[in-house]
Design a protein around this ligand. Structure first.
Ligand code: FMN
Length: 147
């Protein structure tokens, strides 16, 4: 039987909520990806920090310890920041070798879709690994994808 894990990065809770729902539906393990650095709570400061990380190509260190060896499929969820994945997603691919696994990305956003992030993911991640992903802004979005 396929062994699934749902990994997520979330600042204000939307991706967390989606990830919890997905893991429950799939009976998958659920793990939050955290950075060693603290992102600011204040929205205006957060957007500045996020923008600077992109312009500096900064890959913030991941604080979460993780062994993915037992999993066949990794669902990776994150908010859309500036029409792309947050820089922790680069750090994730720096650190973890997903050879032989399936990577299914999902995003939350105000209006951006998975397509915006997919173009970036294609550059970060082996095409053999990357599967179709989905926008997870509502439980019905998630139900539609997982049905
Ligand atoms: C720095 C920053 C940049 C964002 N950029 C976008 C964007 O380009 N497109 C969009 O639709 N939403 C954007 N948003 C909104 C978030 O993607 C959205 O609120 C998301 O669901 C937050 O997820 P979280 O609650 O798991 O942190 C941005 C939010 C932040 C903080």
């Amino acid at each position: 039987m396929a062994n699934n894990i749902v990994l997520y990065f979330s600042r204000s809770g939307n991706t967390k909520k989606a990830a919890e729902y997905i893991s429950k539906k799939l009976g998958a393990d659920l793990v939050e990806l955290k950075t060693k650095m603290d992102y600011p709570e204040d929205y205006d400061t957060l957007v500045k920090v996020a923008e600077k990380q992109i312009s500096d190509d900064e890959h913030p260190e991941i604080a979460t310890s993780l062994d993915l060896s037992e999993y066949d499929t990794v669902y990776l969820g994150f908010p859309t920041w500036y029409q792309q994945p947050p820089m922790i997603v680069h750090s994730f691919f720096d650190q973890f070798d997903l050879t032989g696994k399936n990577l299914v990305p999902f995003v939350t956003s105000v209006s951006s879709t998975i397509a915006d992030s997919t173009s970036y993911l294609k550059k970060m991640c082996d095409s053999e690994v990357l599967r179709d992903g989905f926008t997870a802004n509502s439980f019905s979005d998630i139900d539609d994808f997982l049905k």
